[in-house]
Design a protein around this ligand. Structure first.
Ligand code: MN
Length: 131
């Protein structure tokens, strides 16, 4: 039986972090949680996850800086990194694509569709092995 997919949530806002964690736990995942970009980078490198849900707007190291810091690491080549953001205007989507994110999830999080979105993102993990 394959190991359970590992998910790292990097989000500075406690309410958002707890909501995402709650939803993931409700669907059987055991996410690790980071409250800052710096902690998120450290945790991602310590134990590369299958999926990172990454808040874009954080004080200090923001989501764009986090993805830039993680992308060069071969250990994370198969990790999908997904932006979690309220800013999904066209310009932001372009910037998200160019930054190397594998997708984005809109805030506010929709509990009805969240699990399917996560499953879809994890299903893409294997196919991205040659990325
Ligand atoms: Mn934030």
């Amino acid at each position: 039986m394959p190991a359970e997919p590992s998910i790292l949530v990097i989000e500075d806002n406690r309410d958002n972090r707890e909501l995402i964690a709650y939803l993931l736990q409700a669907y059987g995942f055991a996410p690790r949680l980071a409250a800052s970009g710096v902690d998120g980078v450290r945790m991602a490198l310590e134990e590369p996850p299958d999926l990172i849900l990454l808040d874009l707007r954080m004080p200090g190291m923001d989501g764009y800086e986090v993805v830039a810091a993680l992308k060069p690491h071969p250990a994370l080549a198969r990790t999908r990194i997904v932006a979690v953001t309220a800013s999904a205007m066209l310009d932001d989507r372009k910037r998200i694509d160019e930054a190397g994110f594998d997708g984005y999830i809109r805030k506010p999080i929709d509990p009805e569709t969240f699990a399917d979105t996560i499953r879809g993102l994890l299903a893409g993990t294997d196919a991205s092995a040659s990325r």
